[in-house]
Design a protein around this ligand. Structure first.
Ligand SMILES: NC(=O)c1ccc[n+]([C@@H]2O[C@H](COP(=O)([O-])OP(=O)(O)OC[C@H]3O[C@@H](n4cnc5c(N)ncnc54)[C@H](OP(=O)(O)O)[C@@H]3O)[C@@H](O)[C@H]2O)c1
Length: 246
């Protein structure tokens, strides 16, 4: 039997990059998967087609992370259309860069809305449905643990908020058998941070392994945490960054 047979997952920001990689991996492991997207409907449809190719059910939902009602509605629609919700993956994200004296309040509010408020809202909606052995996995960043250069304060602030939130979730939901964890990717080849981008060589040089991460590297850790093998792991953060923070 596949590791996630009979489970239903919701992956926010599943139309591209790491979220798409996670959605496709969870489907390959047997889960039915709903994904949300912001604007890339066509790419979300492409991911759903790949999910369906594995024989699983797939669903694409437009749900801007800046709109709390849309985030809640995505959780409810997943349950309405796929019948249950076992695994919530908080992945939707944006990269915000700028020195502290140049960042605007609008950037602050958008970054916190997408990386923190939307996660809080999705979790509140999901916990009404998650069964015993439910899973909450949030995608942070290795920049939450170590900031290697200037211009990253807001991004690091928003991602490190997930660490404390997740510890609290582990305590709140542990008695129900639900786990909550953060996966911190390092440099991972996506539209947000392409392996052939301007600073990619410097990012690669920072790693211990000398390699740029792939979406499959992150998805593999998420799949492990989502599976029965991850049942005793909660309230923690796991870094998948090729040793960049070592
Ligand atoms: N790539 C890296 O090196 C790296 C490293 C550490 C952490 N991360 C984190 O990993 C996660 C995924 O990043 P990625 O590299 O895969 O990024 P990406 O390729 O830019 O994809 C971002 C995904 O998030 C969705 N999204 C963005 N803003 C949204 C919004 N306001 N509402 C709803 N969905 C939204 C996008 O939807 P649309 O397609 O509709 O725009 C897309 O599906 C993010 O949380 C990011 O911070 C990435």
């Amino acid at each position: 039997m596949l590791a996630l047979q009979g489970k239903v997952a919701l992956v926010t920001g599943g139309s591209r990059g790491i979220g798409a990689g996670i959605a496709e991996r969870l489907a390959a492991d047997g889960a039915d998967v709903a994904i949300t997207y912001n604007t890339a409907a066509h790419r979300a449809d492409g991911v759903v087609a790949k999910i369906k190719d594995t024989g699983r059910r797939g669903l694409a939902l437009a749900a801007p992370a800046t709109d709390p009602a849309a985030v809640t509605e995505a959780v409810e629609q997943t349950v309405a259309e796929l019948g249950q919700l076992d695994i919530l993956i908080n992945n939707a994200g944006i990269f915000t860069y700028g020195p502290i004296d140049e960042l605007t309040l609008e950037q602050f509010e958008e970054t916190l809305a997408v990386h923190v408020r939307a996660v809080f809202v999705a979790v509140q909606a999901a916990v009404k449905h998650l069964p015993e052995s439910g899973r909450i996995i949030s995608i942070g960043s290795n920049l939450a643990e170590r900031v290697p250069g200037p211009g990253l304060s807001l991004y690091a602030l928003s991602k490190s908020a997930l660490v404390g939130f997740t510890k609290g979730l582990a305590r709140d939901l542990g008695p129900r058998g639900i786990t909550a964890n953060v996966v911190h990717p390092g440099s991972t080849d996506t539209d947000m941070n392409p392996a052939d981008g301007e600073i990619a060589d410097a990012e690669r040089a920072r790693t211990a392994l000398g390699r740029y991460g792939t979406t499959a590297d992150v998805a593999g850790m998420v799949a492990y945490l989502a599976s029965e093998a991850g049942r005793n792991i909660t309230g923690t953060s796991i870094t998948v960054d090729g040793g960049a923070n070592a």
